[in-house]
Ligand binder design. Structure first.
Ligand SMILES: [Zn+2]
Length: 162
């Protein structure tokens, strides 16, 4: 797992792990448990997602409803990672473009991407599923695991180091 995962408090890690019992990770339920609402919206051109303070004191994530479902899912995890790691820097809100760049530094964006990957593809669960897939003899393991975890092939390939 990433340094960002290890920076979370044990209580928060336990809270996330409760939604990682089987693939795909239950992301909408996790967001709700963290007090963050998620809305598919029409966003500005070139914007994949944003996170802003909500009127009720929580936060709201908006994702581009025109993006493919797996992409929307990664965006939710990325914005949740900003919430978990950078809540002091969200201010009135941050917007991520298609390359997940925002007003935050590139370093912050990389942190959010790494934690998003840990949320969507927990190491133990991926290793277990990979072993089962190889025993079963599925043709393309990366493609199979990407579908199972509802992430892009590119994200899964990075995760399992292929
Ligand atoms: Zn971002």
């Amino acid at each position: 797992m990433s340094p960002e995962w290890n920076r979370l408090t044990p209580a928060v890690r336990v809270q996330i792990e409760a939604f990682q019992d089987a693939p795909p990770v239950r992301l909408p339920e996790l967001a709700r448990a963290l007090g963050v609402s998620v809305k598919a919206s029409t966003l500005g051109p070139g914007i994949s997602g944003e996170i802003r303070p909500a009127d009720d004191g929580g936060f709201v994530i908006r994702i581009n409803r025109h993006d493919p479902p797996k992409r929307q899912r990664f965006t939710v995890a990325h914005e949740l990672a900003h919430f978990l790691l950078h809540s002091d820097e969200i201010g009135n809100g941050i917007e991520d473009d298609v390359l997940y760049r925002s007003s935050l530094s590139d370093r912050r964006e990389q942190q959010a991407n790494r934690l998003a990957a840990d949320i969507l593809m927990p190491g133990d669960l991926v290793a277990e599923a990979r072993e089962a897939a190889e025993e079963k003899g599925v043709g393309d393991v990366v493609l199979y695991l990407a579908d199972l975890f509802a992430v892009s092939e590119a994200a899964m390939r990075i995760k399992i180091g292929q």
